[in-house]
Design a protein. Structure first.
Length: 216
């Protein structure tokens, strides 16, 4: 790619990223209402009971997972590219007395040493990344050998009627919410090389809970 073309491409990517950040900034109150919904409690609670030690949580958002961490057993490094989300997460970390370091960064810009974390957590974030498999591949490096990777993600249903509806709705969903509703979460995880220890699904496989280990 020519240098000028490369610069234009990077400029377009940055504009899209800034637009997406602005979308999430505006939706903080919406996320606070959705993420505090007790419906998600039954999925967050069993998953996050396994979080321990030095934890990296990507797409930390408003800190919706903080009530479910064992605050005596974790130090959380929470990352989100939305400044308003980070502000909300700081309030929740204080309210729930979570030992947390919160970073306003894009996951693509993160640089951690291999094996930096005992546990990596992602809940409802793989829908939004341009390349979710690459993000999970980074988890393989950042999570220590024998560590734990905990995922709660939403994606395409195994029900043909529902999956058709998701595919039709995806462009509007992307425009409104900034993420995709038709991604094949299991294929994304399998392509990343993570070692899956246990998995469960709900709502005709739209919601996936995955307990995994890094491939190293």
């Amino acid at each position: 790619m020519k240098r000028l073309d490369f610069q234009l491409w990077n400029g377009c990517e940055e504009m899209q990223k800034e637009k997406l950040i602005g979308k999430y900034d505006k939706h903080v109150k919406v996320y606070e209402g959705i993420c505090n919904n007790r419906l998600l409690d039954r999925w967050r609670r069993p998953l996050l009971a396994n979080a321990h030690g030095n934890v990296l949580e990507v797409g930390v958002g408003i800190g919706a997972n903080f009530p479910y961490y064992d605050r005596k057993n974790v130090h959380v490094t929470g990352v989100d590219f939305s400044p308003e989300m980070i502000k909300s997460a700081r309030r929740n970390a204080s309210d729930y007395q979570i030992d947390a370091e919160l970073l306003q960064k894009d996951v693509a810009d993160l640089a951690f040493e291999p094996g930096s974390f005992d546990c990596i957590v992602s809940t409802l974030t793989m829908c939004g990344y341009p390349n979710p498999t690459a993000v999970l591949d980074q988890f393989n490096h950042w999570c220590r050998k024998g560590g734990t990777i905990l995922l709660m993600e939403h994606g395409i249903s195994s029900n043909p009627v529902l999956s058709f509806a998701q595919k039709m709705a995806d462009p509007l969903f992307k425009k409104a919410a900034g993420c995709h509703c038709d991604r094949d979460i299991m294929k994304i995880v399998e392509d990343s090389g993570l070692n899956i220890d246990y998995k469960n699904s709900y709502w005709s496989d739209i919601i996936r809970l995955i307990w995994a280990r890094p491939m190293n």
